[in-house]
Design a protein around this ligand. Structure first.
Ligand code: HEC
Ligand code: HEC
Ligand code: HEC
Ligand code: HEC
Ligand code: HEC
Ligand code: HEC
Length: 469
């Protein structure tokens, strides 16, 4: 009898375990979009229809249909697939002049599935809506269902079934004993069932599984945030600007000293210098022309274009293609625009368009859409001025050596523990700071030698409401 209960209870646990894991599959067009932007967009056109450094990805699932596994391997390591001698892969690699595609060994199946779903959604114009079944999509977007509710109801249902089964087993047990001549035997009450060892064991087990699952899940998402390093629409390098040319962080991020946000500089700030520096030593016209096209500056005539926001794309294209091709000639890199030169200009223009436009805003011009890296949840209050101006902290204490990062990455975890640890350890710069005048008690204690330092914690830096709205 006891064995039966054990079996039922373990079966239920198994079902429970399985459902928790099924719910963790996360393939979505939205996350595919972020992943594509961060990893693929610098080489694959965002419209999925035109070529860029790499081929247009639209329809790719169909081209690899029946060989999905190989497609996933290709994305993780294209060279391995070429090396395996697969004719399609070898042929494509040769057609693309043996340009290497980056390997992405860390992308999970779900992440690749999301990217492919996004590719097809843009290609078929169904992005935003659900992807229709039957479309050539390797993995279809999951409809936005309230899984918490479904699993809650399911869990309740299972608990009910478990109770009923336990009751039946109890009754059978009772009948068995009566049949055996034990007239004293009592039927187990609901209460007895609920407090029986196997039920309690199951509840504890379920709590542990659920707790473990959420902990692991959030640990993973923390891990993803730290070191987050998306590609940006313009190859802006902090090494060049803050490192080599020693431009002060606050020249560009002038919000840090006076407001909550540090603020990413507008393209006009870039123009302070790049009106004069029109061609870079690394990328030539390729990257800086993006700044000009975003603000409507014509580098050929050194003037801002009138009514730029109303201008047709073809006219904009003519202006910047002229600038790009003229610079090539001036460079004598390509004495005349032969077929190869023409392709280079076209590639640069396509690259520019893909960096400055999105499916939602196909217009060139307007603010550059930098990919945001640091992002605290909405319920947390963080203020730069408080830390930079009042606390007199260096940017690097929280952001690492940004001046050595060609592409910025998130240096700290931005977890609650990170904030609080620093508040516990950091001494407030109490002397010569008017901001702290009101803390008379601490000033007296410092003067009398009763205390040797005041930490951020001492002035209330670990109180919940200081950081939470
Ligand atoms: C550095 C440029 C570059 C990056 C970044 C890049 N690719 Fe590629 N990709 C290429 C090139 C070039 C090819 C053509 C084959 C070759 O030369 O290796 C290609 C080919 C492909 C193909 C095969 C296309 C077909 O028609 O069969 C797929 C699929 C693909 N890339 C997916 C991706 C995904 C997904 C990402 C982002 C996770 C990505 N690529 C990032 C350059 C890149
Ligand atoms: C010439 C202007 C300029 C200077 C100087 C500059 N930055 Fe930046 N910074 C930018 C731009 C543009 C971005 C957005 C693109 C990017 O992430 O690379 C940015 C992004 C950042 C980010 C990431 C923002 C996010 O999305 O979360 C941090 C952090 C940062 N800068 C810190 C610094 C620090 C620290 C210094 C000084 C060592 C510095 N910056 C100097 C222009 C500048
Ligand atoms: C205070 C002056 C200054 C400001 C402001 C400035 N830059 Fe620069 N930038 C430079 C200098 C100097 C170089 C190095 C030029 C070279 O030798 O290639 C440079 C180089 C670059 C390059 C590399 C070009 C290449 O091909 O090597 C890019 C891209 C760039 N800047 C983008 C930006 C962006 C975007 C902004 C605005 C967020 C910006 N810059 C603001 C001074 C500035
Ligand atoms: C005490 C730690 C700390 C210091 C010091 C600090 N930052 Fe930040 N910074 C953060 C945090 C936390 C965020 C994320 C804010 C958010 O998501 O609201 C951030 C975000 C940013 C961003 C993204 C835009 C924004 O404001 O959300 C930029 C740019 C930035 N910091 C630049 C700087 C610069 C430049 C300095 C130095 C002048 C600096 N930071 C000093 C912690 C710090
Ligand atoms: C590198 C150390 C450091 C880190 C990391 C840090 N802080 Fe601070 N924080 C300080 C210092 C120093 C002060 C003191 C400035 C002052 O007197 O207000 C301060 C003050 C504050 C205050 C004002 C406290 C008060 O009593 O007035 C708030 C709110 C705050 N921090 C929030 C945050 C949040 C949120 C984070 C994490 C996202 C964070 N801090 C991370 C060093 C840090
Ligand atoms: C110094 C700033 C600071 C203080 C003080 C602080 N928190 Fe937080 N808290 C944070 C930050 C930052 C996060 C976001 C962490 C993340 O996104 O991983 C957070 C997240 C949370 C969360 C959400 C959990 C999560 O993982 O997102 C809860 C709940 C919370 N805090 C409660 C509290 C309580 C209760 C207190 C008082 C005992 C407190 N906090 C004090 C900075 C602070």
């Amino acid at each position: 009898m006891v064995n039966k209960r054990l079996i039922i209870s373990s079966l239920l646990s198994l079902v429970f375990l399985l459902t928790s894991f099924v719910s963790s599959a996360q393939v979505s067009v939205e996350s595919g979009k972020q992943l594509f932007k961060a990893n693929c967009a610098q080489c694959h056109n965002r419209n999925m229809k035109d070529n860029l450094t790499g081929p247009a990805l639209g329809g790719v699932s169909e081209r690899w249909s029946g060989r999905e596994e190989l497609l996933y391997s290709w994305i993780r390591n294209s060279q391995a697939v070429v090396a395996s001698g697969d004719p399609y892969a070898v042929d494509m690699y040769n057609t693309w002049n043996k340009v290497l595609m980056n390997p992405f060994p860390n992308l999970t199946d779900d992440e690749i599935g999301s990217i492919l779903a996004y590719v097809e959604a843009v290609y078929t114009g169904t992005e935003g809506g659900p992807v229709a079944a039957g479309d050539a999509v390797a993995v279809v977007e999951q409809p936005k269902t309230n899984y918490t509710l479904i699993y809650g109801v399911l869990a309740l249902l299972l608990a009910l079934i478990a109770l009923i089964l336990a009751r039946i087993v109890g009754n059978l047990d009772h009948m068995h004993k009566v049949a055996a001549g034990d007239t004293e035997a009592a039927r187990p009450s609901i209460r007895q069932i609920l407090t029986s060892k196997s039920v309690i064991a199951f509840v504890i087990f379920a709590v542990i599984v659920l707790g473990g699952y959420t902990t692991v899940n959030s640990a993973i998402s923390w891990g993803r945030q730290q070191n987050y390093q998306p590609e940006q629409p313009i190859k802006f390098s902090h090494v060049t600007h803050a490192g080599v040319h020693k431009i002060d962080c606050q020249y560009c991020h002038d919000g840090a000293r006076r407001s909550k946000h540090s603020i990413i500089p507008a393209a006009n700030t870039c123009m302070n210098c790049h009106r004069a520096i029109k061609k870079g030593s690394t990328y030539g016209t390729a990257e800086l022309t993006k700044i000009f096209a975003s603000v409507g500056y014509d580098p050929t005539t050194d003037s801002y274009i009138e009514n730029y926001d109303k201008m047709a794309t073809e006219d904009i294209e003519a202006i910047y293609k002229k600038w790009i091709s003229d610079s090539y000639i001036a460079d004598k890199e390509l004495a005349s625009l032969d077929a190869k030169g023409e392709k280079a200009v076209k590639d640069q223009w396509n690259n520019l368009v893909s960096a400055l436009t999105s499916e939602h805003d196909p217009k060139i011009g307007g603010p550059i859409e930098w990919n945001r890296i640091h992002n605290l949840p909405d319920h947390v209050y963080f203020n730069h001025a408080q830390h930079v101006t009042v606390g007199k902290l260096d940017c690097q204490q929280c952001h690492g050596k940004v001046e050595e990062m060609p592409v910025v990455k998130q240096y700290a975890t931005l977890s609650m523990g990170w904030c609080i640890n620093c508040h516990r350890e950091t001494e407030v710069k109490f002397k010569d700071n008017d901001y702290y005048k009101s803390y008379e008690k601490y000033h007296q204690e410092l003067a009398s030698g009763k205390r040797d330092k005041v930490t951020v914690e001492d002035i209330g830096g670990t109180e919940c409401q200081k950081c939470h709205y």
